[in-house]
Design a protein around this ligand. Structure first.
Ligand code: FE2
Length: 322
């Protein structure tokens, strides 16, 4: 069975194709503006949609007629962006008479990890611009064990970077500053039970940046943010008694965060899994994989049920395939 997946929840328009065992192609085209303006990002997606679908089909070495299922990220995400992906999926489905399925973006991050890395039952730390959550399977659903109460780590990092004069994408420069920082400055460590918040430490770091070396400020800010999410993940692992951890999302590329996850898991006798970056970030292949899994388990989506769900929570999805 060949599935074509479409991702468009935020700044990336992605199309990926998989069969039952492998990812055949995974093409992304990201909006590169400063921050994300939802309408401008949606305009970008609409412009690149057709050519991204064609590129993914060509890269997979298939014909559009070979596609058995069209999967799309139905939510959560930015409404205008989601609607471009949904419209592209409906167009392919209706014009070619291919079944359609709408899937949850956050769960796709987890399931592509399980599909590729052979993991069974991980606690997942999902860190990106829009999302920072700790997810684990319990009682038939992916439950949210902890999450940000305001912005995602990636959003915090991008806002901080802009404030100190670094343009998007800033990840490599931030990672470089983290590695060069030598003095830890006092940053608010904001964790409330299993949830956390990043806006307070962001404000503090921007203030510090006026009077302290940028390497020390960046190191202090990110060391604090990473410590918070790793602490909450450790507690989720302890509570659920699971022994696998999955690190996903665009910010999973950060070397210091990866190092912290490895240290924590080693101390607990757990194992860390991190998918390759092209499937760790927002991408179409993960949407294809989850669509294929759900369709295989019997889930069906009617065209009339393909309206986007901007605030679709992970724990609202009945996990019928596990
Ligand atoms: Fe994502």
């Amino acid at each position: 069975m060949i599935t074509l997946g479409i991702e468009s929840t935020a700044h990336t328009f992605g199309v990926g194709i998989c069969d039952n065992n492998n990812i055949l192609s995974n093409i992304v085209d990201s909006y590169g503006g400063e921050g994300i303006h939802p309408r401008l990002a949606a305009d970008h997606h609409a412009i690149v949609a057709g050519k991204t679908v064609s590129s993914a089909i060509n890269a997979a070495g298939i014909d559009i007629g070979d596609v058995d299922l069209v999967s799309f990220a139905q939510g959560p995400g930015l409404g205008p962006c989601l609607r471009v992906g949904a419209t592209t999926a409906r167009t392919l489905s209706v014009s070619r008479n291919i079944p359609i399925i709408g899937v949850n973006h956050c769960i796709a991050h987890i399931e592509v990890g399980r599909f590729l890395l052979g993991i069974k039952d991980p606690v997942t730390l999902y860190v990106s611009g829009g999302n920072t959550q700790i997810l684990a399977f319990a009682g038939g659903r992916y439950r949210v064990f902890g999450e940000t109460l305001d912005i995602g780590i990636g959003n915090m990092q991008d806002t901080y970077a802009r404030a100190i004069g670094i343009n998007f994408p800033c990840g490599k420069i931030i990672d470089d500053y983290i590695s060069k920082g030598t003095k830890y400055l006092d940053i608010p460590y904001t964790i409330k039970g299993m949830d956390f918040s990043f806006t307070g430490m962001l404000t503090e770091a921007i203030k510090y940046a006026k009077t302290h070396p940028v390497e020390d400020v960046t190191f202090s800010l990110m060391e604090t943010a990473f410590s918070i999410v790793v602490e909450a993940t450790e507690r989720a692992i302890s509570h659920t008694q699971k022994n696998e951890m999955l690190l996903v999302g665009g910010n999973a590329a950060a070397p210091r965060l990866r190092e912290m996850c490895h240290i924590m898991c080693e101390e607990r006798g757990a194992e860390v899994f991190i998918p390759p970056f092209d499937v760790c970030r927002d991408n179409g292949a993960m949407i294809a994989v989850l669509g294929m899994i759900e369709y295989g388990a019997g889930r069906r989506t009617e065209i009339s049920d393909t309206k986007v769900k901007q605030k679709w929570r992970t724990d609202e999805v009945d996990v019928i395939w596990r």
